[in-house]
Ligand binder design. Structure first.
Ligand code: HEC
Ligand code: HEC
Ligand code: HEC
Ligand code: HEC
Ligand code: HEC
Ligand code: HEC
Ligand code: HEC
Ligand code: HEC
Ligand code: HEC
Length: 259
């Protein structure tokens, strides 16, 4: 019963173009998609725009019904033909639904995929969206939800996940340039002793990630309290830089410290 009343009241409000009610309604509403997550729509932002106006009937109920379940599921093709958001987002009244994908699909920005032992891997939607449509990755290769597609480098080398394209022909191979996707070289600013350069790339050429992570080093810049004293006792860099496996921490200060 109360629900019915609510709907009646809302319908009444919608009939009145009003400044007052603009702040009364729910600002953010979400349109769910099956394959690429949800899209946020902001009432307030739109109601502030001159070409829209604080005018509910601009959208309700001709473009969108306020009883949201009465709205069909729109595809991007529907929108390009002028339905739903595409009624205005047509490249003349507002930026087009045929471009600027990430302005509406905001979750499709930069993504950090968390691994268990080797830190975060950055994935840039922007870089890839210049080359591929959403459906070339979603939902077949990746479910559109952060950290819900975990796999191993071995599976990728056999064509799973990023390896579907990063196979050495469509794009650089997951078997080669580890640092293109994983951490690059690391620089520490050290006021007293000169900046320290840790050449990750040079080390990755000699060792597997697991020889350093996570036993010797947490994979996080500045996440390990490294002191020379600890290193001379064989910890951190000193595990190898002992004067036999590699040049020692008690010598060659300037190989690591740039004065
Ligand atoms: C620029 C277009 C636009 C304007 C103008 C607009 N709305 Fe909406 N409204 C939407 C969209 C889009 C939805 C979500 C539709 C869906 O989820 O299918 C929505 C949903 C709603 C809902 C349902 C929310 C829910 O979660 O169930 C209500 C209530 C609503 N609007 C009220 C209003 C009122 C009142 C005004 C005027 C003050 C207004 N709207 C102006 C686009 C608009
Ligand atoms: C003005 C905002 C807006 C822009 C710009 C936009 N989208 Fe969408 N997109 C939506 C909304 C809203 C939905 C969900 C509609 C629904 O569920 O009724 C959607 C749904 C989708 C879907 C799932 C439905 C389908 O058509 O398969 C895909 C995929 C998609 N968008 C891809 C894209 C791509 C690619 C671009 C850029 C070329 C883009 N979108 C630009 C708002 C936008
Ligand atoms: C009645 C016309 C109209 C409808 C319908 C409409 N928009 Fe807009 N929208 C605009 C205008 C006008 C702008 C501002 C002009 C521009 O930036 O090109 C805008 C801007 C936006 C922006 C950028 C906001 C910002 O902070 O700068 C987003 C995101 C957006 N719309 C999403 C949507 C989505 C998602 C839908 C569909 C659910 C939708 N719009 C439906 C008219 C509309
Ligand atoms: C080259 C492949 C690729 C393309 C093309 C692509 N995505 Fe993604 N997307 C990904 C990956 C990888 C993830 C992260 C999955 C994970 O963390 O497990 C992701 C995640 C997402 C998420 C979840 C974000 C979150 O924070 O949970 C959304 C939403 C999404 N993508 C939407 C889109 C939309 C919309 C498009 C097209 C405009 C698109 N994607 C195109 C690969 C792609
Ligand atoms: C195209 C990008 C890419 C390249 C190139 C790449 N990786 Fe990865 N790697 C990833 C992603 C993404 C994950 C996270 C996988 C997940 O959680 O689903 C990952 C996870 C890992 C993991 C943790 C999972 C496991 O298999 O143990 C290790 C270790 C790893 N990578 C090592 C490497 C090494 C060594 C190389 C070079 C031979 C390399 N990676 C090259 C993207 C890449
Ligand atoms: C649908 C195919 C496809 C998938 C899936 C894919 N990529 Fe890519 N990626 C490409 C192509 C093509 C390029 C550009 C060609 C090249 O650089 O070899 C590229 C380029 C890149 C670059 C270089 C970006 C730059 O700034 O130049 C990185 C980093 C990258 N991909 C990471 C990833 C990661 C991490 C994943 C998995 C989470 C992934 N890619 C999944 C096709 C793909
Ligand atoms: C010789 C040792 C060594 C090897 C081998 C190594 N790392 Fe690291 N890694 C480090 C050190 C040292 C740091 C920095 C820790 C600190 O600042 O406290 C680091 C940091 C990281 C970070 C965090 C970067 C940041 O900016 O926060 C990631 C991610 C990472 N490593 C991934 C990897 C991956 C993936 C591999 C294998 C492809 C690998 N590492 C191989 C020593 C190594
Ligand atoms: C798993 C063993 C291992 C660890 C841990 C390690 N290194 Fe190395 N490092 C080596 C080896 C082996 C070489 C090459 C042999 C040599 O030059 O003596 C090397 C070379 C270097 C070089 C010279 C690279 C070049 O391009 O010529 C620098 C600088 C360096 N390491 C810094 C560090 C720093 C800083 C740390 C700690 C944050 C560290 N290493 C941790 C094994 C390691
Ligand atoms: C294998 C590489 C390496 C060599 C060789 C090395 N250091 Fe360091 N040193 C580091 C790293 C890594 C840090 C920590 C940087 C950070 O966390 O900001 C550090 C930090 C320091 C610090 C500040 C922290 C502390 O323990 O007081 C001093 C001072 C220092 N080094 C002096 C020296 C001197 C003097 C030498 C030569 C006898 C030397 N280092 C040789 C890698 C090295």
């Amino acid at each position: 019963m109360t629900r019915r009343w609510m709907i009646l009241v809302i319908l009444l409000l919608v009939a009145l173009p009003s400044v007052l009610y603009a702040r009364w309604i729910k600002d953010k509403v979400y349109l769910e998609t099956e394959s690429v997550g949800k899209v946020e729509f902001s009432h307030y932002t739109h109601l502030e725009m001159e070409s829209v106006g604080k005018n509910c009937p601009t959208c309700h109920n001709s473009i969108f019904h306020i009883v949201t379940k009465k709205n069909p599921v729109f595809t991007m093709a529907d929108m390009e033909a002028g339905k739903a958001c595409g009624a205005c987002h047509n490249g003349t009244q507002a930026f087009s639904v045929a471009g600027d994908c990430a302005t509406c699909h905001t979750a499709a920005g930069d993504i950090a995929i968390q691994t268990e032992n080797v830190g975060k891997v950055a994935f840039s939607h922007d870089v890839h969206l210049g080359m591929f449509g959403c459906n070339e990755c979603h939902p077949d290769i990746f479910k559109a939800q952060n950290n819900s597609n975990h796999t191993s480098m071995k599976a990728m080398a056999d064509g799973a996940s990023c390896g579907a394209c990063h196979d050495g022909s469509t794009a650089f191979s997951v078997k080669d340039d580890c640092t293109a996707c994983h951490a690059g070289d690391i620089e520490y600013a050290n006021a007293d002793a000169g900046n320290v350069n840790f050449p990750h790339k040079a080390h990755i050429g000699m060792f597997g990630c697991d020889e350093c992570h996570s036993d010797l080093f947490k994979p996080q810049k500045g996440g390990n309290k490294m002191t020379m004293e600890a290193m001379e006792k064989g910890e951190f860099c000193g595990a190898c830089h002992d004067g036999s496996s590699a040049f020692g921490v008690a010598e060659d200060c300037e190989t690591c410290h740039k004065m």
